[in-house]
Design a protein around this ligand. Structure first.
Ligand SMILES: Cc1cn([C@H]2C[C@H](O)[C@@H](COP(=O)(O)OP(=O)(O)OP(=O)(O)O)O2)c(=O)[nH]c1=O
Length: 203
């Protein structure tokens, strides 16, 4: 007698992120996924390098997403977490707290080259794997008035380093070396490679 045909459900992909940019970017690689709302404290330890920090936060977001699922969902789930930070002179710039913070960040980025570090992690019940992408972004020299106008536009808020490469922020950038999608929040080359590793064929 033939063995019964046991069909396994395909894995379900979850995005552990509230970032609309990540949702759009992941949509370029996967036709269906669900979004999970996770709350992870983003606080760099004193002796932690910026790269290790970004890696850890992306990992924590993915793990928190997996933990938020019930036991049944967890068996077939693959959860993606990501983190993006701007780094200049060893200082990590996250999302600005207020107008003064955004203004100070843009002053420091003006006329300089900084790094944007984006990490992505995939976790499932019995495996996890991550990758990190570092890009170099050179800002034009910005005067007081253009910084004030950009901050007043509201775009800097909710963005690491107080700018958005995908928005008006593009007009501040003289040069990019690395990954446009990585700067925007989800490095697509690295993410596609990880998805393949987990058996998901990117679109
Ligand atoms: C540098 C840069 C960052 N960003 C965004 C991407 C991320 O959403 C954000 C960095 O903050 P993150 O803490 O990485 O992400 P988040 O808080 O927005 O979302 P979640 O933690 O729920 O995943 O900055 C841009 O949109 N454009 C840019 O050019």
């Amino acid at each position: 007698m033939l063995a019964p045909d046991i069909k396994r459900e395909p894995p379900m992909l979850y995005l552990a992120s509230q970032s609309p940019r990540r949702r759009d970017l992941l949509g370029q690689l996967a036709a269906t996924f669900s979004v999970l709302d996770v709350d992870v404290t983003e606080q760099r330890a004193i002796d932690e390098s910026p790269k290790d920090y970004v890696h850890r936060v992306a990992h924590d977001k993915a793990r928190a997403g997996l933990a938020s699922l019930d036991a049944n969902q967890r068996t077939d789930a693959i959860v993606l977490g990501a983190d993006t930070e701007v780094v200049l002179d060893g200082d990590v710039f996250g999302k600005p707290r207020d107008v003064a913070d955004a203004t100070a960040m843009l002053h420091r980025l003006s006329g300089r080259t900084h790094e944007v570090i984006s990490a992505v992690w995939l976790v499932c019940a019995d495996r996890e794997l991550g990758d990190v992408c570092v890009s170099r972004v050179r800002f034009a020299k910005l005067d007081e008035a253009s910084i004030a106008a950009y901050v007043a536009s509201g775009e800097p808020f909710g963005k690491a380093g107080a700018y958005a490469i995908q928005g008006r922020g593009a007009t501040l950038i003289e040069h990019l070396e690395g990954s446009y999608s990585g700067v925007m929040g989800l490095p697509l080359f690295e993410t596609a490679r990880l998805l393949r590793n987990f058996g998901i064929v990117p679109l």
